[in-house]
Design a protein around this ligand. Sequence first.
Ligand code: SAM
Length: 281
Amino acid sequence: MSAIDSLPPLREVIETHQLLARKSLGQNFLLDLNLTAKIARQAGDLSECDVLEIGPGPGGLTRGLLAEGARRVLAVEKDSRCIPALAEISDAYPGRLQVIEGDALEVNPLTHLTPPIRIAANLPYNVGTELLVRWLTPKAWPPFWQSLTLMFQREVAERIVAVPGSKAYGRLALLAQWRADARIVLSLPPEAFSPPPKVHSAVVHLTALDSPRYPADAGTLNKVVAAAFNQRRKMLRASLKSVSPDIEDHLTAVGIPPTERAEQIGLEAFCALARSLKPLD
Ligand code: SAM
C-alpha cells in the first residue's frame, strides 16, 4: 500500500478537523485525489526538487505532490485549523513535508528550501496574483524557482497567456511572457471544488527562462507597459507622453507607428522601445 492510501479520504479529514470552509481565506478545497495528482503531474518531474506549496488547506494537492515523488514539500498555510491535518500527512511521509503556519505574503520560505525549487499552489485568487507578480519581478534573474504551477480564476489565467490583439492582453501577459514560458495546462469547472466558487478556474504552468526573452531594463519596460495599458484605448503617442516628451521619435525609431494602441504591440517591440528610452550598457 502506498503512503497516500494509508491516509483518510479528504472529506473525512475535513470532518475530523472541522475545516468548515472560510470565505475570508478564499477556501475552495479540492477533494478528488486523482485531480490533485493530475495537477501535481503538471508541475513536472518533482523527484529531484523541493516544492514550495502555498495554501495547502486540508492537503489534497500536498498529497498529490508527495505521491508524485517530490523530494521535499514546504507548505505555507495561514489557517491554523489546517495544521493538525497537515501533520498527519507529514507522519505518512517522514522527513518530506514541512509545514509553516503563516501568511505567504509575509513569510520568507527561502531559508528552508534547497534548489532546484518548483512552486505549486491553489490559492485565493487575489493572493495568487500578488505572489505571481512578486515571483516574476525579483531583483535578479534567473529567480529562485524553476517553475510555477498555479490555479487561477480562468479569466486571470487567460490574461497571463494572452497574445497581442486579444482583449485579455495587457501588463500581466507581458510581465509573465518576458521572463517565462506560460501556458494553461488544465481547466476546471466550479464543481471540482468544495464549496464550488462562482467562476471557472484554470491551472497555469510557467517555466522560468534563463534570461529575459528580449533584453530591456526591467524598470523602464515596466514603466512603459504600465503607461501604455493604463490608457489602452489611446494612441501610444498620447498614452506614453508622460514617459518621455520625445516619445514619438522613440516609437518611430523602433518601428512602432505612434498612432498604434498598446494592445497591438508585441513583447519584442515593447522591449525595443524600453531600450531606446534607456539603452543597456
Ligand atoms: N490547496 C488546498 C486545496 O487545493 O484544496 C486549499 C485551496 S484554498 C483555494 C486556499 C488555501 O490558501 C486555504 O487553505 C487558505 O487557508 C490558504 N490561504 C489563504 N490566504 C493565504 C495566505 N495569505 N497565506 C497562506 N495561505 C493562505
